[in-house]
Ligand binder design. Structure first.
Ligand SMILES: Cc1cc2nc3c(=O)[nH]c(=O)nc-3n(C[C@H](O)[C@H](O)[C@H](O)COP(=O)(O)O)c2cc1C
Length: 451
């Protein structure tokens, strides 16, 4: 990669048709796929519009394109970076089974609402039955078109025992397919003016989930996602910024200390709060540097949907939204996080990051990856009208995988080949390793974030 100093002292990298400056990490609209691969990709794209996808897609990509898509979800190895985000598409066993069979890397189960041993749930208002969901076109502030899913539902609404059974059956289903299955939980959070934390809910729920993992999981500590729902950000609770920051500082220790050491590892799913953009960085700073007694999260999930107080769905005003404004805000915040990290603004290391938010193409995925995101969790992509998927045959999951990997304009194959070529992300073995894209911001890409 050629670096040239400009008059104002910034380094400019001229890469193919695209100029990256330290201020901009914009990708070109279309990937520059090296000639030998162009025809091959066009053929594979057409072929897999109708034929079954390759059985082990990872081995296929390595052999045919020199791409290694293996990665991690914090401590856990993943065969590929694509997974299903927590929600309505991961609350039934048949859905997890389909995810395993189609070859997704991981699935986060629907969020369960914590309870104590007597069955009391302080967040019971979240355990309501789901309603109709609707995928709707949405136009972002910059005019970019995309999709959002509107609905009014919240958390898991069956019994806690039913969730434990579902978790156990999902772990068993996943085993043969190397699919990582992770539970998600919404624990009690004190309201502004309330000081007490319901430790019994943390203790009972975490212990019960750990027991399932210890019985049916792959061994080692259980990973869990703690959901800070974006809808919560629209309620009175989150109007108090200080309270939100307190939650972020305390929750990892609350979960960790609720069971004996070594049984659980905690990821915080950061919300997009209703406050100004800078507050996103304040939340990240609190999460990384200000954890109670130094017990921080083991990883972050960045970041759940936006809350639009004016948007209406089925008579409810104020709902969560996704689409281009979500990815714009998330990519901005992640870029800013890496910039501050490169400048030494954090005392502690930034934990591994799982990305979520408007990830519907390989192109969007690599934009997150260039900001250090190591895997991608999607919900909306699985709910688009069938006309949005180039693949004509097979299940929706297969259509999603085909679009994510093979689309010659937007797919991961095309964009990893582009990055290999344009940024020189090719290992000594001649392979473009997805992990090197994730680590790029700490190595050759560091100066993009240093200004
Ligand atoms: C219908 C629906 C239900 C959801 N339920 C949950 C949930 O229970 N727990 C959670 O952490 N996130 C939930 N989410 C958020 C998703 O997991 C995901 O992080 C978010 O939608 C951003 O990804 P996307 O743009 O691909 O949809 C839900 C999203 C949708 C659209």
């Amino acid at each position: 990669m050629e670096g040239v100093k400009t008059a104002d002292g910034k380094t400019k990298h001229t890469i193919m048709t695209q100029t990256f400056t330290s201020k901009s990490l914009q990708l070109p609209d279309r990937p520059e796929v090296p000639v030998p691969y162009r025809q091959r990709l066009a053929e594979d794209f057409e072929r897999y519009r109708v034929e079954p996808l390759p059985q082990a897609i990872e081995a296929f990509l390595l052999e045919r394109y020199g791409l290694d898509v293996g990665t991690r979800y914090a401590d856990w190895p993943l065969k590929n970076p694509f997974g299903k985000a927590s929600g309505q598409l991961s609350n039934k066993l048949y859905q997890v089974k389909a995810d395993a069979e189609t070859g997704l890397g991981f699935v986060i189960l629907k969020t369960v609402i914590a309870q104590d041993a007597k069955g009391d749930q302080s967040m019971a208002a979240w355990a309501i039955m789901e309603t109709l969901m609707q995928a709707e076109p949405i136009v972002g502030k910059t005019g970019m078109k995309g999709w959002t899913v509107s609905w009014k539902g919240r958390g898991w609404y069956e019994s806690f025992q039913a969730y434990l059974d579902f978790f156990e059956a999902s772990l068993k289903e996943a085993r043969a397919h190397h699919l990582l299955v992770i539970p998600s939980c919404k624990y009690h959070l004190p309201m502004p003016g309330e000081e007490a934390w319901r430790t019994e809910e943390y203790a009972y729920t975490t212990d019960q989930l750990c027991r399932v993992w210890e019985r049916a999981g792959p061994g080692g500590p259980m990973p869990i996602e703690k959901d800070f729902s974006p809808t919560l950000a629209g309620s009175d609770r989150a109007r108090q910024k200080e309270k939100v920051l307190e939650w972020l500082r305390r929750v990892p220790k609350m979960i960790q200390s609720s069971v004996t050491p070594g049984r659980v590892k905690v990821g915080l799913k950061i919300m997009n709060a209703v406050f100004e953009d800078e507050f996103q960085l304040e939340m990240l700073k609190a999460t990384i540097d200000e954890s109670e007694d130094g017990v921080g999260p083991d990883w972050l999930i960045y970041a759940n949907r936006l809350f639009d107080p004016a948007r209406e769905f089925q008579g409810k005003k104020g709902i969560a939204v996704g689409g281009p404004d979500l990815s714009d805000r998330n990519l901005w915040a992640l870029g800013e996080l890496r910039r501050r990290e490169a400048q030494g603004a954090f005392r502690r290391p930034v934990p591994p990051i799982s990305g979520t938010g408007d990830i519907g193409t390989g192109r969007m995925a690599v934009q997150y990856a260039l900001r250090g995101v190591e895997n991608f969790q999607m919900h909306t992509l699985f709910q688009l009208p069938h006309t949005e998927y180039p693949r004509r045959a097979g299940s929706r999951n297969e259509k999603v995988m085909h679009r994510l990997f093979f689309d010659p304009e937007t797919g991961l194959i095309a964009w990893l080949l582009h990055l290999g070529h344009a940024l020189g992300i090719v290992g000594p073995d001649g392979i473009t390793h997805f992990r090197d894209v994730v680590d790029w911001h700490r190595g050759p890409g560091r100066e993009f974030f240093q200004e």
